[in-house]
Design a protein around this ligand. Structure first.
Ligand code: ATP
Ligand code: MG
Length: 177
């Protein structure tokens, strides 16, 4: 999977709509402390379905919405869109995945403009061997956590990396039926 573009509106410090076009190859993000580098990675993880506000450095999920500054009022929603090219059996397909949160009203997801469940977004990324908990997304302080992980947790990381995490979800669903 290749992420082609990130569009961020009202998410953390990205108050005005920001379009980040990601070319193939290596992309570096540089800037002074507190300029929003980690927020960028969090926007990506959040859109992939991250359900833990704490792992996004917040107390509740509404904390991802721009909280305002001395000169700018707070916003009442945040929206992030990922445009991704996903390899399939018939070549690569472009998909747009959107997550939106309204203050006090929770999150909603869309894939190519259609309302979907969080689970559908999770499966889409899991099948592409990535996702909110992918070992490919290494947040500050995470390296130590990987080293100290219990064997079962480390196995889950390897399964995420291998793109088979979605199979477990589908098997569980099938067994529950
Ligand atoms: P460092 O180099 O120190 O790791 P960084 O570039 O990773 O810095 P971030 O942690 O991404 O910086 O950004 C932190 C900034 O985001 C802080 O200024 C913080 O006030 C701001 N911020 C976080 N959440 C919100 C929010 N909900 N509303 C407004 N600003 C926010
Ligand atoms: Mg940072």
């Amino acid at each position: 999977m290749q992420i082609k573009r990130l569009r961020i509106t009202g998410f953390k410090s990205f108050v005005e709509p920001a379009d980040l076009v990601i070319e193939s190859g290596l992309t570096g993000v540089v800037g002074p402390n507190g300029c929003g580098k980690s927020n960028l990675l969090e926007a990506l993880r959040w859109t992939m379905g991250e359900a833990s506000a704490k792992s996004l450095r917040g107390a509740g999920m509404d904390d991802v919405i721009f909280a305002g500054t001395a000169t700018r009022p707070a916003r009442d929603f945040a929206e992030v869109s990922i445009l991704a090219e996903i390899a399939g059996p018939d070549g690569a397909d472009e998909r747009e995945i959107v997550r939106r949160i309204e203050r006090g009203a929770g999150s909603a997801y869309r894939i190519d403009g259609r309302d979907v469940r969080a689970k559908d977004v999770g499966l889409l990324f899991a099948d592409a061997a990535t996702g909110a908990h992918s070992p490919a997304l290494v947040s500050q302080g995470r390296i130590g956590a990987v080293i100290a992980a219990k064997p079962a947790d480390r196995r889950a990381m390897l399964e995420d990396a291998a793109g088979i995490a979605g199979l477990h979800v589908r098997r569980k669903d099938a067994e529950a039926r």
